[in-house]
Design a protein around this ligand. Structure first.
Ligand code: SF4
Length: 141
């Protein structure tokens, strides 16, 4: 599956879940709490394949899933630019000190595995919007 396919599928899942939570009367703080990994893996098993394995995508105690993937992630499945003889497909728009550009053969992808920024409750609260696509509007190039 290409990243853009995953991105669009995830947007649909996110939209449906938020719609359900709003219909149930949850407000911003409650929705953010609901998206905590521990709650999500119990109640929304289909939202992420890692829930069934009880595995977090990042090694952090309190992980919030609302802003998966990350508003700062930039990608283009067709390639963004050529760097030396390699093609860059993604990068971090804020150049997080905990992210890095990973080189995989001829491809360069942003490696976010050590960055916790979008998964903290504080960051989610600051950038919250009911419309995930709106928060992620700059991601697809
Ligand atoms: S390195 Fe961090 S801030 Fe940058 S795109 Fe990845 S998760 Fe987001």
């Amino acid at each position: 599956m290409s990243y853009s396919s995953w991105f669009n599928e995830h947007a649909k899942k996110h939209k449906l879940l938020v719609k359900k939570l709003v219909a149930d009367g949850l407000h911003k703080e409650e929705i953010i709490e609901y998206f905590d990994f521990e709650n999500m893996k119990e109640k929304e098993l289909d939202f992420c394949p890692l829930y069934a394995k009880n595995k977090k995508c990042h090694d952090m105690e309190s992980l919030n899933c609302y802003l998966c993937a990350c508003p700062n992630f930039r990608f283009n499945d067709n390639g963004i630019k050529t760097i030396e003889d390699k093609t860059q497909y993604s990068y971090c728009s804020i150049n997080s000190k905990d992210g890095r550009q990973g080189v995989y053969g001829e491809k360069i992808h942003q490696d976010c595995s050590k960055c916790h920024i979008p998964h903290t409750k504080e960051y989610v609260t600051k950038h919250f919007d009911l419309h995930w696509h709106k928060i992620m509007s700059k991601c697809a190039l």
